[in-house]
Design a binder for this molecule. Structure first.
Ligand code: MN
Length: 261
């Protein structure tokens, strides 16, 4: 099995090295990651300028740094390194759970793999809460990444998965995505010249639902959420499709009325 390792924290993140080391137990590894941090870039691609794919030195691994987004890295990695089976993204410094995954560059790298008809798995760990300068325990994270890969890799039916690993996991749990509403909170500040600055943060505002990624993390379990790219609301589609003639009649009446006025 051949893995492409990427992330959104940048190619020199310790989480990327940790993930590459674990992946090398399962197969061949090549790294393509952003040359600077690209967190919260989501699925953005660089379409207004060309990109560079430069060799980098990350321990024993074949590695490339890209002056673009996580999605760019995956696209260029797949283009330049034939034979990739699975894209692994992370290990991100900071969890990616619930509605916040809409913004995640870490998950976007895995999603980009699925857009190319490959498999993608994203990994994230929380940043230590008491001391933000402290590193996560990478040995513990590596152990649980390995546990998750042992369960996920044989399951070819899971094309996209999001894995979050708390500081000291008790076990792995299959979860669904928490859809708890969040407050996209903007916090004002001032620069040294007194001019206004803004920080955009994401704060959950409703209760945790049992069985979700957020629930697992709050209860000390590593979470594995199988995801899909199809956003269609099947229930709404079925309901709407059951009344197709109503929609047509309404639109015809509207156009007639517009014609008279
Ligand atoms: Mn990040």
């Amino acid at each position: 099995m051949k893995f492409l390792i990427s992330n959104d924290d940048g190619i020199y993140s310790p989480g990327l090295r940790t993930l590459a080391a674990v992946a090398s137990k399962f197969g061949d590894v090549v790294i393509a990651a952003p040359d600077v941090e690209q967190s919260s870039m989501s699925q953005a691609i660089t379409s207004s300028r060309p990109l560079r794919f430069r060799q980098a030195s990350i321990e024993k691994f074949k590695a490339y740094r890209v002056d673009g987004t996580p999605s760019d890295c995956v696209a260029l990695g797949i283009f330049n390194c034939p034979g990739i089976d699975v894209v692994l993204s992370g290990i991100n410094l900071g969890t990616n759970i619930g509605s916040a995954i809409w913004h995640s560059g870490t998950l976007a790298a895995a999603k980009q793999a699925v857009l190319f008809n490959l498999r993608g798995i994203a990994f994230s760990v929380p940043v230590p809460e008491t001391d933000h300068q402290a590193e996560p325990d990478w040995d513990t994270a590596a152990h649980w990444v390995e546990q998750a890969l042992e369960r996920l890799l044989p399951r070819e039916d899971i094309r996209l998965a999001n894995v979050n690993i708390p500081a000291k996991p008790k076990a792995l749990h299959w979860t669904r995505q928490s859809i708890r509403q969040y407050d996209g909170k903007v916090v004002g500040a001032k620069d040294p010249q007194g001019r206004p600055l803004y920080w955009f943060t994401v704060v959950p505002i409703t209760e945790t639902e049992k069985g979700t990624d957020r629930w697992a993390m709050e209860h000390g379990f590593a979470s594995m959420t199988p995801l899909r790219l199809d956003l269609t609301d099947e229930k709404l589609l079925a309901a709407a499709a059951a009344e197709p003639t109503v929609t047509k009649i309404v639109s015809r009446k509207r156009s007639r009325r517009r014609g008279r006025s």
